[in-house]
Design a protein around this ligand. Structure first.
Ligand code: ATP
Ligand code: MG
Length: 477
């Protein structure tokens, strides 16, 4: 850990006291840090050089510098410049302007996107709140809601101002490709050394301006294993409710970054500890708080098992799907609602569909879920009731289902978290890799007692009404 800073710490101990008045930026020359061009995305370097050649200042900033210094593979490379978005766009034919709240440019190289933003000034002091929360002022470059949340942040500034409006000190480190130096404007290097997450400026004001910063603090705590510095942590519980004013689509994206990046278990605990989880998953939090459990589901054990599974997959380089994560987080609510609808006399399948709709409707009010995710979520839930029914041709049909693999993984997580399903996971594990004869044998050998409930019911022959209409074939299942 922290190899990127080793030499640095030896040579420049003065930056270890960020609270004392000091002269920023601290400039760390190439000889005193380990970040070399080889560690950088060649495309990001291309962008930097092109901007420089056109006469603009350009730096790498944010997560890519922070992560390198902590010895983590950077996720993406962000560039910041004094060129306006339009000027950047004009320089790169492979670019497009995006964003309204925060205008920037995406420069695309195949699958890699280099995000280029323009130095921003912090408009916190100057701009006064407006009346309507979602309303922004046309033609203005900055706007705030009545809750003080920044709705638009497009006032450009210089690099010092840009550093001040960033969220945490370790995110305000700039890499200058012209002389390969790192510029530290807010004491981020010392905080990395001390494993501290420290917000820049006054925590209350910065969370007020953008409550998502509270989630970002927790995300970095989960990801980096750092501690929240006391003043950064202090207001979070009281200010968590401000997340209610963030557009659900933005929160959806944040949830995926929080829980779907390989540190979900730790991050889940932190989100709950800081009272933030309930603004992301209100129904799930209510169930967890209530202590509701059933023989076949322990909500907390199940969610933790699901998050652990996702973490393990990510850490071993396997893919994960956002719908799977969401299906996990909402399953306890689905099972509870399902039970309630059944208690009202609804047959089990319609009760499940009704429960799924209700849970999804409630959830989208907190974090929007695009339909391309909610449909597979419903399928995974539905399959939990179909996977036990393996008679006749059913097992073969289920195996062909587009959502079989995800549903099977989901079922294993249920079992691992303590749900007794009579060896159903092991049965499916064997079945999917067996040859056809062995598969038929497996179906024959299904333990009748264990699956008694699921066996096809003996139907009494129905009396048909006399009719002239042609007789239809009975459905196969
Ligand atoms: P990662 O990409 O690894 O998730 P990151 O820190 O690079 O982490 P990004 O969302 O890519 O996060 O943002 C890039 C940089 O922009 C951050 O490092 C930070 O300096 C700044 N930033 C992002 N979101 C905010 C915010 N809500 N408020 C202030 N600054 C922010
Ligand atoms: Mg980034």
């Amino acid at each position: 850990m922290l190899t990127g800073l080793k030499s640095l710490v030896r040579k420049a101990t003065s930056f270890l006291a960020p609270t004392q008045a000091q002269n920023y930026p601290i400039i760390i020359p190439r000889s005193e840090h380990t970040l070399s061009r080889q560690n950088l995305s060649p495309n990001a370097v291309k962008v930097l050089y092109r901007l420089n050649k056109a006469g603009f200042d350009a730096y790498l900033v944010g997560g890519c510098i922070r992560d390198h210094l902590i010895d983590i593979e950077p996720k993406d490379f962000d560039v910041v410049t004094n060129a306006t978005p339009e000027e950047v766009h004009d320089l790169f034919s492979n670019s497009r302007l995006i964003g309204r709240r925060f205008r920037l440019v995406h420069v695309t190289f195949g699958r890699e996107i280099i995000e280029v933003s323009t130095f921003r000034a912090n408009t916190a002091q100057e701009s006064r709140p407006h009346n309507s929360q979602k309303e922004s002022l046309k033609g203005k470059d900055s706007a705030k809601s009545s809750h003080g949340i920044i709705l638009r942040d497009n006032v450009y500034g210089n690099i010092e101002e840009d550093a001040e409006r960033r969220d945490f000190t370790f995110n305000a480190l700039y890499y200058n490709v012209q002389d390969f130096s790192i510029h530290d404007y807010c004491g981020g290097l010392a905080d990395i050394e001390n494993k501290q997450i420290r917000i820049i400026g006054d925590a209350v004001q910065r969370y007020q301006e953008d409550p998502v910063r509270m989630l970002r603090a927790i995300r970095f705590a989960g990801k980096l294993g750092f501690e929240l510095e006391a003043q950064t942590a202090a207001p979070i519980k009281e200010m968590a409710h401000l997340l209610d004013h963030i557009p659900p689509a933005r929160l959806f994206d944040e949830v995926l970054k929080l829980l779907g990046s390989g540190n979900g278990v730790e991050t889940f605990h932190l989100l709950r500890e800081y009272g933030l989880f309930k603004y992301l998953f209100p129904d799930t939090e209510a169930i967890l708080q209530s202590g509701w459990k059933r023989d076949d589901i322990d909500p907390e054990a199940f969610i933790l098992q699901g998050l652990k599974n996702t973490d393990d997959r990510i850490q071993s380089g396997q893919s994960t799907a956002p719908y799977f994560l969401y299906a996990i987080l909402l399953w306890p609510s689905v099972t509870l609602r399902h039970e309630e609808f059944e208690a009202q006399g609804m047959p089990t399948t319609p009760a499940l569909h009704q429960a799924a709709s209700m849970v999804l409707d409630n959830q989208v009010a907190a974090t929007a879920i695009p339909r391309r995710f909610s449909t597979p979520m419903r399928e995974i839930w539905d399959m939990q009731f179909r996977l036990p029914k393996r008679y006749g041709k059913r097992a073969f049909i289920l195996l062909q289902h587009a959502r079989f693999r995800a549903s099977f993984d989901f079922l294993l997580i249920r079992e691992l978290s303590g749900t007794q399903l009579g060896g159903l996971g092991a049965w499916w594990q064997e079945f999917q890799y067996a040859n056809e004869d062995a598969q038929r044998e497996l179906i024959k050998n299904i333990d009748n007692r264990a699956s008694e409930k699921d066996a096809p019911k003996k139907r009494r022959p129905r009396r048909r009404k006399k009719s002239n209409a042609p007789r239809k074939e009975a459905p196969q299942d």
